[in-house]
Design a protein around this ligand. Structure first.
Ligand SMILES: C[S@@+](CC[C@H](N)C(=O)[O-])C[C@H]1O[C@@H](n2cnc3c(N)ncnc32)[C@H](O)[C@@H]1O
Length: 335
């Protein structure tokens, strides 16, 4: 192990539950030094500096200017950054881009706005996984954040690598799509090509994306999908129903529950995601106006697990409800 590697000089909090060391095929990474319980805070970190510009507009000059404003004692920290295992930084802007986090809050649609970027020395040492054990939640308020925090989303054992997902929509993207976006070949367990788990994972993630399309009538980029190419929904009538918000309440409830079950089976249903996805499912279950439907929906939601709720809710499949027309009207107005 490279004892003189510059990362060894990065200042670590005294109570940090991890150490930095080489990670096979990924450069360096962070590894747990003790058991970290699900939900525990792993690291709270302030940026070395922040550039108050959207990502695409940040130039070498911006980085140099921000660097020059640092106190003399903090300047050497910037030079501890290395090539991150991908390529050697030829410009300071590259070093910044590979080690920064978006500090913006989310927009009305729940997506993170493109806001100021902060340079983080330690969180940027965490490698990516498509099945991570840690999450850096997007700030839910629309205010920007001044520090970044990571939390364990399951129990992490001593010696385990600490990872998070570099993109928040990877639960809906196949291996190929994820690698295109990451611009490196991910070596995580889900990305081991040709394994049964990887094939199942691709199917689940594509299915979740399609189910989300049916619920909100648009794709991850906020756009309607073309019917040509490789559409998510091949049934033209169903696609039109999704885009005109005419999907009946019974189907909406079933699609929402199916997303929970698939995400859980994929190993991605952490507490943050459950908190984000479940309110709309609970709300849908209470909207039925046709008595028999309302009773079934209530019974479904009284079950203990997402799978049990789905199994009961399936009895609603294909049923119209007295609330359907009014719901479609409300959803269309929101577009
Ligand atoms: C922000 S850095 C992470 C820390 C980096 N490994 C280091 O040595 O400083 C991101 C880079 O790490 C590597 N990396 C991160 N996660 C990886 C993964 N799952 N598989 C392969 N390489 C990975 C890639 O080269 C990526 O460009």
């Amino acid at each position: 192990m490279a004892l003189d590697h510059p990362y060894r000089q990065l200042p670590m909090p005294s109570n940090a539950p991890f150490e930095l060391k080489p990670s096979s095929g990924k450069g360096w990474g962070a590894f747990a030094t003790r058991r970290i319980g699900r939900g525990a805070l792993i690291l709270s970190e302030e940026p070395l500096f922040t550039i108050r510009k959207p990502h695409a507009e940040i130039t070498d000059e911006d980085v140099v200017r921000a660097f020059q404003q640092l106190p003399a004692s903090r300047k050497p920290l910037f030079f501890l950054l290395r090539d991150n295992a991908s390529w050697q930084f030829r410009r300071v802007e590259h070093a910044f881009a590979e080690n920064c986090f978006n500090m913006a809050g989310e927009d009305h649609g729940g997506r993170q706005r493109d806001g100021p970027r902060g340079l983080f020395l330690l969180h940027s040492r965490f490698n990516h996984s498509c099945l991570p054990n840690t999450k850096i939640p997007i700030p839910t308020s629309n205010r920007e954040i001044t520090y970044v925090q990571s939390f364990a989303i399951r129990d992490i054992l001593p010696g385990e690598e600490i990872t998070f997902s570099y993109e928040c929509d990877f639960g809906c993207r196949t291996r190929e799509e994820r690698h295109q976006q990451l611009r490196f070949v991910c070596h995580c367990d889900v990305c081991q090509a040709g394994t049964t788990f990887q094939q199942l994972s691709d199917m689940r993630r594509r299915l979740v994306r399609g189910l989300q399309y049916l619920q909100i009538g648009k794709d991850l980029d906020g756009q309607k999908q073309e019917a040509s190419g490789r559409p998510l929904i091949t049934d033209i009538q169903l696609k039109r129903a999704a885009e005109t918000r005419s999907i009946p309440l019974s189907s909406r409830l079933i699609y929402g529950l199916l997303v929970m079950v698939l995400t859980e089976q994929e190993g991605l249903l952490d507490d943050f995601l459950a908190e984000r996805l479940s309110p709309s499912i609970w709300a849908a279950a209470t909207m039925f106006e046709t008595e028999n439907n309302a009773r079934l929906a209530k019974l479904a939601m009284a079950q203990e697990t997402w799978l049990e709720r789905l199994c009961v809710a399936f009895h609603l499949y294909g049923r119209a409800d007295a609330a359907d027309a009014a719901l479609a009207g409300v959803l269309r107005k929101r577009v």
